[in-house]
Write a protein that binds this ligand. Structure first.
Ligand SMILES: [Zn+2]
Length: 597
């Protein structure tokens, strides 16, 4: 068990000093593509087709290891110039790999390719039978034919991606990573906070003036640099939307939905039902104001703790608690999480220069996933630990799939992580000895679920409208006004929103780098709630159903995988069912509130 700070061992990706060797090996592999491509023919033996596919997968695994090494090295120290150089070399190699595999992908999609007989449906079905684990992946590739450009155009797009959208995303990071935060709580000495994590800790402070000061200093550099950030955003939005149009998607969000492998109707049902339930959180915020003995909450206060802060857990204890809760839910969860820690694949604590936030990187089925945290020891940090280990657990369940079916489609990608948080939450709740402690935890949980469900859904609603307005012409102030309008709509008068929150949109990296991504959190949280509700009802015999969803990776359509667990994604009543779980927490909170706050 880790006693102190953990740092990760990246040499499981690429052996020490082996970067250049692996790089050269991939370059040599690229020269073998033409021979494989030459063998492709509708009449070829399925075994030979399988060999082509496995070759392509082997190259991808090597590239993922190399790129993962460069990427994780950069995340561990954003100022490490050597790591940045490795990353940029990987980007170049990535382009070469995409180029080399392009004719093959085109041919599999059934598109016209010079000197080749087109691959028809019947012949495709015969060849795909040679790689049974990848049938859905390959069929989906054929579906994407209608969103594919010509080979020449795809080549241009791949190159422009790195110098265009990719570079703008990096520029966004660089602008924001350079921010310093001047923290000025009323009546106290002002001080400069070095990292965003330091600032975010104060939005959960027990002191109202510290919370206000935290948001002020968090948003102020974004407001100051809003012009630059707006320029990045407009270019990225136009890039995304132009691409969507060129690829014949019905709308910008339809492009994301297609990549996510979810029907537009499921996302529409999700967003609509979520907006219908805005009143649930408004009621929560009114109740929270009463419990905090405030007339009305301000936007600064929505993450305010109730009562004394819970105990801070050193990393070792946090890990123990999470593993124990996982074990009580499903031994397979605990065992897999333990494997990640034992492999020394966790970078645990904040440091200057380290990437903020937290993530889990699943590189390849044969590689134990890597987890980056900025662990502080509060209950939120314990939740994040559970969340990211949950991602890793998911990846390890899917590790029996080959690399093309290993990554989970985005809406399912948050399933194990949010489920893991839920399990840890129940454990923490069960450990509470007093009503006050239960109340504090429920307040925190519903508040967090606001952040994952309602807030994310409104971020996507903002994007839907922002993409429309940018196409028609708008300004940074126009976007800030839109953001404020939507904030006021979701809080419906239950929370007072100060004007300065207008520039908050610029603080959300996802809308810059992965448009419409945020509904995945909403999707994942509600899906996990419903799975967890089923688990509570059916007991441990429901666990294998959950494990089957995780183990499927992306080898099958999410809709089909979920249908087997009794879930219909396009049904509003399914989504409403998850809100009933949140409603149950709220009812419990009200009951505790009546017993004396
Ligand atoms: Zn996540």
């Amino acid at each position: 068990m880790p006693k102190h700070e953990m740092t990760w061992n990246l040499y499981d990706l690429v052996p020490k000093g082996g970067f250049d060797t692996l790089y050269a090996e991939i370059e040599a592999d690229l020269a073998k593509y033409p021979a494989h491509y030459a063998a492709c023919d509708p009449g070829m033996a399925p075994e030979r087709f399988a060999e082509v596919i496995r070759f392509n997968e082997a190259v991808r695994e090597k590239l993922n290891r190399l790129d993962g090494f460069a990427d994780l090295s950069t995340s561990a120290d954003l100022r490490d110039q050597r790591a940045k150089l490795l990353k940029s070399r990987c980007d170049d190699l990535q382009v070469k790999c995409v180029d080399a595999a392009l004719p093959l992908r085109h041919w599999i999609k059934g598109l016209a390719a010079e000197g080749k007989q087109r691959l028809g449906d019947a012949a495709a079905a015969r060849l795909f039978a040679g790689v049974p684990g990848l049938r859905y992946v390959l069929e989906y590739l054929r579906l994407s034919a209608r969103h594919t450009l010509t080979q020449g155009e795809e080549r241009i797009v791949t190159r422009k991606l790195i110098s265009g959208a990719g570079a703008l995303g990096e520029l966004y990071d660089q602008i924001c990573d350079g921010f310093v935060y001047d923290f000025r709580p009323r009546g106290r000495k002002p001080r400069r906070l070095a990292t965003q994590e330091d600032v975010l800790r104060y939005i959960r402070s027990a002191s109202a003036s510290e919370r206000e000061a935290a948001y002020r200093c968090l948003l102020s550099p974004y407001r100051e640099h809003l012009g630059k950030l707006f320029t990045c955003y407009v270019a990225l939005v136009k890039d995304w939307d132009n691409d969507a149009k060129l690829r014949s998607f019905a709308s910008p969000i339809a492009r994301r939905n297609f990549y996510n492998k979810v029907p537009d109707a499921a996302v529409e049902a999700l967003l609509a039902v979520t907006a219908d339930n805005a009143g649930l959180y408004q009621e929560f915020f009114r109740l929270k104001a009463r419990l905090l003995k405030m007339k009305k909450l301000r936007r600064y206060d929505i993450y305010a703790p109730s009562g004394a802060p819970g105990p801070t857990l050193p990393l070792a204890e946090g890990v123990e608690l999470v593993l124990d809760a996982f074990g009580g839910f499903a031994p397979g969860f605990a065992e897999r999480a333990r494997r990640i820690i034992a492999a020394r694949h966790v970078d645990s604590h904040p440091r200057p220069g380290k990437r903020t936030g937290a993530f889990c990187a699943g590189i390849a089925p044969a590689v134990t996933p890597y987890v980056l945290l900025n662990y502080s020891g509060d209950s939120n940090a314990v939740s994040t630990l559970a969340h990211e280990l949950g991602h890793g657990v998911h990846d390890l369940y899917a590790a029996a799939q080959s690399i093309s079916a290993y990554g989970t489609p985005l809406p399912l990608a948050e399933t194990a992580s949010t489920l893991a948080e839920m399990v840890v939450f129940e454990r923490l709740l069960a450990r509470c000895r007093t009503d006050a402690a239960r109340r504090a935890l429920l307040l925190e949980k519903i508040g967090e679920s606001y952040g994952t469900v309602m807030r994310q859904s409104y971020i996507v609603r903002f994007e839907l409208e922002a993409h429309r307005r940018i196409a028609a012409g708008t300004t940074e102030d126009g976007l800030s006004r839109l953001w404020l309008e939507l904030l006021r709509e979701q809080f419906g008068g239950a929370v007072e929103v100060a004007e300065e929150f207008g520039s908050e949109w610029a603080y959300i990296p996802h809308i810059f780098k992965t448009p419409f991504y945020c509904y995945a959190y909403n999707f994942g949280e509600l899906l996990s709630l419903s799975l967890y509700a089923r688990y509570r009802q059916d007991g441990p015999r429901f666990v294998p159903r959950i494990e089957a969803i995780l183990a499927a990776g992306s080898s099958r359509a999410p809709e089909d995988v979920l249908r087997e667990a009794g879930i219909d994604l396009c049904s509003p009543s399914f989504w409403q069912g998850s809100f009933d779980v949140i409603g149950g927490w709220l009812a419990e909170l009200k009951r505790l509130g009546r017993r004396g706050a």
